[in-house]
Design a binder for this molecule. Structure first.
Ligand code: PLP
Length: 386
């Protein structure tokens, strides 16, 4: 008798051999710019908590109060028993931040992308997708059954060429891109994409996961950063990065949101977001709108770190970035892991990102508003000694 699960061991062995094996690491302290990782204190350059809101007392209190009032779970899908007034308040707050007619809260950003993409296109339709798009966008495209064509990263000439060749053969077309590329830190050119979409009668979906709360004068994200507020498009994002909670959202026209409530399976057939997560995200959006100084401090820290690296480590070339995600390219997965381990031993937590997540290995530095100048200087000093 052969073992139908035996392939698992050999696949794991292959993953180990390529140095692609991953495992979890335990953080035992409060979230923040300095954390306890596997028993030792490290300066944290691995967090998506860009504004430092995850540990904010106002978010904690909101989550506790909501738990006391509504309990720990939402007990059902939103269309059955899972809808609370808090969900509507959060959706109104997101729509107000984004300046859209409406918004819909999902249980994660991943589910928001799966649901939105699979709802708006189908078998007779076409998706044009940036080759560096996040996993949730890629899997949403597959789930939709539309034909998916990748265009070269941020290459508008390639996007145009493919639309000229293929657009007329399909009913609807959706152009899909990260707004801040999560593993590179660069931005997609939203105005150019919208202009091309207009020319070819395409819808546009941008994933603002790393941009919400971070980019734009009011923290609305990449759409605001590029002056495209008010344009018709589909914006997706997460409540779990700068907003310090858990969950995702889609923001757009009232018709889009109404349609998604009726046709997005990852919203209809999953349990509503917990009261605690909902209330924490709502508190975070208020802080994003009322305390622009957090965003300014974040931008200041990003500029400072870029400047320190340029001045003191001129041999290191960061990938181009307009966000708090700064990447140092490395020749191999082995080199990335080794450098990551050396940094950790020196008290600096910077994750090594390897294939298959990205085509080429790199160290990925995430800057937070709560990093102090001494933290940034220490990173540069330690990198300089390696
Ligand atoms: C993190 C991330 C998501 C997923 O969001 P979750 O709320 O964590 O599920 C989606 N898209 C991008 C680009 C991301 O970086």
């Amino acid at each position: 008798m052969s073992n139908p699960y035996a392939w698992l061991e050999s696949s794991l062995a292959t993953i180990h051999k390529a140095n692609w094996y991953r495992s979890v690491q335990t953080i035992t302290s409060q979230p923040g710019a300095v954390v306890q990782l596997e028993g030792r204190e490290v300066i944290n350059f691995a967090s998506n908590d860009y504004l430092g809101l995850t540990g904010d007392q106002r978010l904690r209190s909101a989550a506790v109060a909501a738990t006391q009032k509504y309990g720990t779970g939402s007990t059902g899908s939103r269309l059955l028993t899972g809808h609370r007034e808090l969900h509507r308040q959060l959706e109104e707050a997101i729509a107000s931040l984004k300046q859209t007619e409406d918004a819909l809260v999902f249980s994660s950003g991943y589910l928001a992308n799966l649901g939105a993409i699979a709802a708006v296109v189908g078998k007779r339709d076409l998706i044009l997708a940036d080759q560096y798009n996040h996993s949730s966008l890629k899997n949403g495209a597959i789930l939709s059954s539309a034909l998916v064509l990748d265009y070269a990263h941020n290459d508008m000439a390639d996007l145009l060429r493919q639309l000229e060749q293929h657009r007329q053969l399909y009913r609807r077309c959706l152009i899909v891109s990260d707004s801040v590329f999560s593993m590179d830190g660069d931005l997609c050119p939203i105005p150019e994409i919208l202009a091309i979409a207009h020319q070819f009668n395409c819808m546009v979906l941008v994933d603002e996961a790393h941009a919400t709360g971070v980019l734009g004068a009011t923290g609305a994200g990449g759409v605001e950063h590029f002056g495209c507020t008010g344009e018709t498009l589909i914006q997706v994002g997460t409540l779990s990065k700068a907003l310090g909670s858990l969950g995702g959202y889609v923001a757009g026209s009232a018709a889009l949101i109404d349609f998604l409530r009726n046709r997005a399976p990852s919203w209809i057939y999953t349990t509503g977001l917990s009261p605690a997560d909902t209330a924490a995200a709502l508190a975070a959006i208020k802080i994003v709108q009322q305390e622009p100084e957090r965003r300014l401090q974040l931008q200041h820290n990003v500029n400072l770190l870029k400047q320190l690296i340029q001045q003191q480590l001129p041999h290191l070339q960061l990938l181009p970035s307009d966000s708090p995600i700064l990447c140092l390219p490395l020749a191999s997965a082995t080199a990335a892991i080794r450098l990551g381990e050396q940094l950790k031993a020196a008290g600096i937590f910077v994750p090594a990102i390897r294939p298959p997540t990205v085509p080429t290995s790199r160290l990925r530095i995430s800057v937070m508003a709560t990093h102090e100048m001494a933290h940034l200087e220490q990173l540069v000093r330690v990198l300089g000694g390696m």
